[in-house]
Design a protein around this ligand. Structure first.
Ligand SMILES: [Mn+2]
Length: 322
């Protein structure tokens, strides 16, 4: 306590890590922990710090504090540190003491890693693997083979995306603790089989997934835009299913229900990303959502579903006609 008082003027305390409830959010938090713990930074992580994992639903009502480190989430009104790589209207890359934002970074975890490169000697082989994996997964830089045969991290990422899992923040905190204190969670077989068993989606290799896809997919603009409306389906499956089943499309819009609302996700053909011009994160932002160059998402009230879909179609139309 005495030491804390003595250094109060120079040091900035962080009492809470607030992060996105996905693999990038988890990895960002793990790297930030090591960065703050073992580098001589003026930002100090309180020993009794808390961790919060937010999905976009919880984000809407969440109260941020001055002593929060905020990761992979939109910039809040109050914070001590903020790292993010989602599209913003601003063009300027930020690398200040308190704010790091760079939309060309493959993941937020990568930005945290870059800033605290000094702490790397404290990391295990597992953390290096996690860094590599999150950069591939968060920016969808998969090969077809990787998508069809997800490794440990690919499976973990999918598990974190399932609704049951996202709803249960205790599991995410456990996972964070395992990753910082015990290194490799792959050794915690019992814990992990529990996590992995919570997934409730069809594998892309599942015949039923392909049938459901064909039932709900509509082609527009000679197949350059595909609409996949899953609002009447309870089953979720691999979000990259369109890229695996169809070759020739450029954009896709997936619709599904989430807690009474509808999520509209607009994405690029992940195997053709480099040839596709629009920044979908900016488009989603314009309509009240957010995202990255390669994928944007909007949450809409159910009755506004078709209206919002039409707005999205109008945004990509100029790139698909003529
Ligand atoms: Mn991210």
């Amino acid at each position: 306590m005495g030491q804390r008082k003595l250094c109060k003027k120079k040091r900035r305390w962080i009492n809470r890590i607030v992060t996105h409830a996905d693999l990038d959010g988890l990895a960002s938090a793990v790297f930030l922990y090591f960065g703050l713990k073992f580098s001589n930074n003026k930002f100090i992580l309180d020993d009794r710090f808390k961790i919060e994992f937010l999905n976009y639903r919880r984000l809407r009502t969440f109260e941020f504090e001055e002593t929060d480190a905020v990761l992979d989430l939109p910039k809040p009104d109050r914070f001590q540190l903020w790292f993010d790589h989602h599209s913003l209207n601003s063009k300027e890359i930020l690398r200040t003491e308190k704010e790091w934002w760079d939309p060309s970074a493959p993941s937020t975890a990568d930005l945290v890693w870059q800033r605290f490169s000094k702490f790397m000697r404290r990391l295990s082989t597992f953390h290096f693997k996690l860094h590599k994996a999150v950069n591939i997964i968060d920016s969808a830089n998969f090969s077809r083979h990787q998508l069809l045969n997800p490794d440990f991290f690919g499976q973990l990422s999918r598990t974190l995306r399932t609704r049951n899992f996202r709803a249960d923040r205790r599991y995410l905190s456990d996972l964070f603790t395992i990753m910082i204190y015990s290194g490799d969670p792959q050794f915690h077989i019992e814990t992990f089989s529990t996590f992995m068993n919570r997934k409730k989606y069809h594998s892309i290799l599942d015949k039923r997934a392909e049938e459901l896809f064909n039932k709900h997919a509509t082609d527009l603009f000679d197949g350059k835009l595909i609409i996949l409306d899953l609002t009447e389906e309870k089953i979720r499956f691999n979000r990259y299913i369109t890229s695996l089943i169809r070759d020739d499309f450029l954009y896709e819009i997936q619709l599904f229900k989430d807690d009474g609302r509808v999520i509209l996700r607009i994405g690029k053909n992940i195997f053709k990303k480099e040839q596709i011009p629009l920044d979908l994160g900016l488009i989603a932002r314009k309509l009240g959502g957010g995202g990255h160059d390669g994928v944007g998402a909007i949450v809409a009230e159910y009755p506004l579903k078709n209206q919002m879909l039409q707005k999205l179609i109008d945004e990509v139309r100029p790139c698909l006609v003529g």
